[in-house]
Design a protein. Structure first.
Length: 189
């Protein structure tokens, strides 16, 4: 299991441009994400997220589970979206199996990501600048955010870096994941 620890901030395209000017070695990704759940919302009711993402055309399937306020358990499979892959994710997470045929696409996201790795004194973080749309219920809304994800080292260092970044660029904390915002769009919330 990987452990995902990240902080998100809502931003404007202008803020993304300003942040981009201060670091080098950006890597570009085209992201197309579909989130899945059962018709009776078994996964989202347990604060779990199951997604299939195309990253620059490559298939990655991910299952996320709650573990702490900023962190999540995260299992990835760079594999096709199929019953075998999904079953392996649930097995790895030690969650009760959900049949592949009971899953349905519930919402999604389509965005461009620019990511850069930043070495701090006692940790390494990735800054991700995401711009695109969230999709749900036949509607879409703009997506523009900054993520600071801990790749290695101390959480406190990542939090301090993210807070300083937010203060410097006037970013606002975003407490909901892309999935939760797209799901709210689908539900008309």
């Amino acid at each position: 299991m990987g452990r995902e620890f990240e902080l998100k901030f809502s931003a404007t395209p202008q803020q993304l441009t300003e942040i981009e000017k201060n670091w080098e070695n950006w890597v570009d990704f085209s992201m197309e994400t579909t989130y899945f759940d059962t018709l009776d919302s078994i996964l989202s009711n347990q604060n779990c997220t199951l997604r299939h993402r195309r990253e620059n055309g490559c298939s990655v399937c991910t299952l996320k589970t709650p573990i702490s306020s900023f962190g999540r358990g995260e299992w990835d499979a760079w594999a096709p979206w199929n019953a075998q892959t999904v079953s392996a994710l649930f097995d790895a997470a030690k969650l009760p199996a959900i049949t592949f045929s009971s899953l349905t696409a519930v919402c999604g996201a389509r965005f461009h990501r620019r990511a850069a790795t930043v070495e701090l004194t006692d940790s390494t973080v990735e800054i991700a600048l995401d711009e695109g749309v969230l999709l749900g219920g036949g509607k879409e809304i703009p997506l523009c955010e900054v993520e600071v994800e801990l790749k290695s080292g101390e959480e406190a260092s990542a939090v301090a870096f993210a807070q300083a970044l937010a203060e410097h660029y006037g970013l606002q904390p975003e407490t909901r994941s892309k999935f939760r915002r797209a799901l709210a769009l689908r539900r008309g919330e």
